[in-house]
Design a protein around this ligand. Structure first.
Ligand SMILES: NC(=O)c1ccc[n+]([C@@H]2O[C@H](COP(=O)([O-])OP(=O)(O)OC[C@H]3O[C@@H](n4cnc5c(N)ncnc54)[C@H](OP(=O)(O)O)[C@@H]3O)[C@@H](O)[C@H]2O)c1
Length: 277
């Protein structure tokens, strides 16, 4: 496993597993737990979840998957913007901890920017940190201007991560946000790194995957992971997909591969608003 080193001294695995649309149906719980346990067995010890996913169901499923091995996991959850007041953030975190059957989160994120002042949410995050309920905090879906606004808030500089949409078919963050985050030592968590699976039929991706004798998913992940300070959190309910995705860690894309991918998925030529889908 490769790691991103945080300014807190912690090391985060560059490849983890997401849980959106998990924990929604009881009948699928055993397969979902098995997929997460396979991921942990293979070293993908970063789990990304949120109070939103399955309205708490995903967090409960995660608790089942990491039973007996909480200490091995870098656990990330998120607060809904409509809960992100000074008091509401603390209460939401406590509900998440209960569902996750743990006493702390490694990273707690504001899911997207809402109407509560950032100063309130940050004050709550700092209080949760002081109480040992979270180790660090960050944000999600924050564009360049949102990050600048956050930096102006008291303790805003303690933000450790920005989780954003980043995959071959959506490269807008390459224009500026990735560099800004790198400069301020903010980890970028690439969500939907497989374009929710829709990317994977692209002939260019297939050609590069054939060359490396791997799955197109592994190439898509290797593409985002070649950037320093970036981690990726693909979701895979099928264990075969988890196995295929781990191959990303062995793949080094060369100049020829990158030319093929750039031709099919051009890099940004100008600034654009941060995409969320
Ligand atoms: N912060 C935010 O606002 C935000 C927004 C979206 C997502 N996220 C996080 O990011 C995670 C990942 O994003 P995502 O779930 O939107 O999409 P994704 O990871 O890009 O794609 C997931 C889809 O790809 C399929 N898949 C996985 N590996 C594959 C492979 N090797 N070959 C073919 N198909 C494969 C999965 O199928 P199976 O499940 O059938 O295996 C699933 O249908 C989420 O689960 C969530 O934790 C955060």
């Amino acid at each position: 496993m490769r790691f991103v080193s945080l300014r807190t001294g912690e090391k985060v695995p560059v490849l983890g597993i997401g849980t959106w649309h998990m924990g929604e149906r009881k009948a699928e719980r055993p397969a979902e737990v098995a997929a997460l346990q396979t991921a942990l067995d293979l070293g993908l010890k970063l789990i990304d979840t949120a109070e939103m996913y399955g309205e708490g169901g995903a967090e409960e499923m995660v608790a089942e998957a990491m039973a007996g091995r909480r200490d091995q996991v870098y656990l990330v959850s998120k607060v809904y913007p409509h809960n992100a007041s000074r008091k509401g953030t603390v209460a939401a975190c406590e509900r998440s901890l209960k569902r996750l059957r743990t006493d702390r989160l490694d990273l707690y994120l504001l899911h997207w920017r809402g109407s509560y002042p950032l100063a309130e949410t940050v004050a709550a995050f700092e209080a949760l940190k002081a109480a040992g309920k979270i180790r660090s905090w960050g944000v999600s879906n924050f564009d360049v201007g949102d990050m600048a606004a956050l930096a102006r808030v008291a303790d805003g500089g303690d933000c450790l991560a920005d989780q954003v949409l980043y995959h071959l078919g959506s490269r807008g963050v390459e224009w500026r946000l990735l560099d800004d985050c790198r400069k301020s030592d903010v980890m970028v968590m690439a969500y939907s790194p497989l374009g929710q699976g829709r990317l994977l039929q692209a002939p260019a991706l297939k050609a590069v995957a054939d060359k490396h004798a791997c799955d197109p998913g592994a190439v898509a992940l290797a593409f985002v992971l070649r950037r320093p300070g970036v981690v990726a959190i693909p979701k895979a309910r099928q264990r075969a997909h988890v196995h295929a995705n781990v191959r990303a860690l062995d793949i080094v894309l060369d100049g020829e591969d990158l030319s093929v991918l750039d031709a099919a998925f051009p890099p940004p030529k100008r600034a654009s608003p941060l995409a969320m889908t």
